[in-house]
Design a protein around this ligand. Structure first.
Ligand SMILES: Cc1cc2nc3c(=O)[nH]c(=O)nc-3n(C[C@H](O)[C@H](O)[C@H](O)COP(=O)(O)OP(=O)(O)OC[C@H]3O[C@@H](n4cnc5c(N)ncnc54)[C@H](O)[C@@H]3O)c2cc1C
Length: 438
């Protein structure tokens, strides 16, 4: 790290996930000298995929919202893939306490729902795109559902749609306005080659733009303020930078600050509640009920999808990638073994005999899908922390918990771009000031 240590970097970016890579590209393209540090062996973070049994598996089910493509295209990334099919099955709790599996078309055409329930659902859908959500940003999803829908089945159905679009299973906390806005942009793509294809392109674009990337490098501390900031690494070495951008999570970022308690943002970061999931990822050869490609729990926080039905993820056409997931509630301590059994039980209900078809399985019991639920108490997206860290000139943050735009990857990309633009403007002003002063 010698010449790295001697350089005064314009920006040191911590974390080479989607946010760090994207911000680095914007910064380097604007002529800034950028060092990108990643503690993992490879860039990618939660957007990385893993090769298993000849298949590319994302870390749990990942779909790109089409609205994220604008920023990806701006930094030179092309995404290919296809939208998942619209038909699916829903699981409700029956009168005997057992799950009842109902295909979507039967929900609307069959006798499982009463006419009044069907008409509530149709009205909700019909109004969705034009719904003005400004008055709902401070309202919790639970309050919204209780007030709007008398039927528990309709409430369960709407909650299933909210969970699949936001991954959030916290109806008492989450902002109804924010999740309805998220539901409105429901167009997603399953990505050919997995999300790794996005990571690989971001990495190549970053190299091409002149970003220096060091993987396997753990940052321990950030100190100072712009234009003299110091980043200390685990090996004890120190780097100098004009600005620092952390794309680590809120808790991890706070732990990096030399005097954490002084940061006015500390209290806000500590209050953020993560969105978590337990993921069972499978490579299978055929399935007992191949027509069942997608299923959601209405009365249960479960997700099932055959991602190979839309995206190219294997070289062997007989094999498919299946993602099964439980949306974890934030309040309950989660029991990894019990959750795995629950997901297996869910599979027994929709794909009886599935075990014989499994070529490879991977269980990820505690995935952080997003570092922050978008809360009603915060007034929706407007309540999330900003990119500039108050009281720390020169320190910026980006990620799926930052900024007032989007959720999940969209938030990471939007905050990465915004942070990069702020840093570019700061450094320009500082350099102009120096020239004028000289
Ligand atoms: C199961 C699951 C399903 C998901 N599905 C979707 C989906 O369908 N659609 C969607 O839009 N989003 C989805 N997401 C969310 C999406 O993956 C993330 O929002 C996005 O990848 C986050 O990127 P990031 O760069 O902000 O954070 P990360 O990918 O977490 O990157 C942060 C990086 O910082 C590094 N780091 C942390 N601390 C340090 C340190 N001290 N020193 C050096 N490096 C450090 C980490 O190793 C990491 O690589 C899903 C996530 C999960 C887990």
């Amino acid at each position: 790290m010698n010449n790295v240590n001697e350089t005064i970097w314009d920006v040191v970016v911590i974390g080479a996930g989607a946010a760090g890579l994207t911000a680095s590209i914007y910064l380097a393209k604007a002529g800034r000298k950028v060092l990108l540090l990643e503690r993992g062996a490879q860039p990618g973070g939660r957007a990385a995929s893993q090769e298993l049994a000849g298949a590319r598996l994302n870390l749990g089910p990942h779909a790109v919202y089409k609205s994220a493509l604008r920023i990806l295209e701006e930094v030179g990334v092309t995404v290919t893939g296809a939208a998942p099919g619209q038909n699916g099955k829903f699981l409700f709790e029956g009168a005997d306490g057992e799950e009842v599996v109902v295909p979507l078309y039967k929900l609307m055409l069959g006798s499982f729902l009463k006419w009044s329930e069907k008409s509530q659902m149709i009205r909700f859908y019909a109004r969705l795109r034009k719904m003005d959500t400004s008055a709902l940003q401070h309202v919790s999803l639970q309050d919204y559902l209780d007030e709007r829908f008398a039927s528990p089945r309709v409430r369960g159905f709407v909650q299933a749609l909210v969970r699949v679009s936001s991954y959030c299973n916290a109806p008492e906390l989450v902002s109804a306005g924010a999740v309805i806005d998220q539901l409105k942009m429901s167009q997603v793509l399953y990505v050919d080659g997995g999300w790794q294809s996005i990571v690989d392109q971001l990495k190549n674009r970053a190299h091409h733009a002149g970003v220096t990337i060091h993987s396997g490098t753990v940052v321990r501390e950030i100190s100072g303020s712009s234009p003299r900031m110091t980043v200390q690494l685990k090996d004890g070495s120190r780097l100098s930078a004009r600005s620092v951008l952390s794309t680590a999570g809120p808790t991890e970022t706070l732990a990096l600050l030399d005097s954490e308690s002084d940061a006015p943002e500390a209290e806000i970061y500590k209050r953020l509640v993560p969105v978590r999931a337990a993921c069972l990822d499978l490579v299978v050869s055929g399935m007992p009920e191949p027509a069942t490609k997608f299923a959601l729990g209405a009365d249960y926080p479960w997700y099932y999808s055959n991602h190979s039905a839309a995206a190219r993820l294997t070289d062997d056409a007989r094999r498919s990638v299946i993602h099964v997931m439980k949306y974890l509630p934030p309040a309950e301590p989660s029991d990894a073994t019990r959750n795995e059994r629950e997901l297996e039980h869910f599979l027994d209900r929709i794909q009886p005999g599935w075990r014989k078809h499994v070529v490879e399985r991977r269980y990820l019991p505690h995935m952080t899908v997003s570092h922050a639920v978008v809360t009603a108490s915060g007034g929706g997206l407007a309540g999330r922390p900003g990119v500039a860290v108050a009281g720390r000139p020169g320190l910026y943050v980006a990620g799926d918990w930052v900024g007032s735009e989007g959720m999940l990857l969209n938030a990471s990309l939007a905050s990465a771009k915004e942070a990069a633009q702020c840093i570019i403007a700061d450094i320009r002003m500082e350099k102009e000031g120096m020239t004028r002063g000289a």
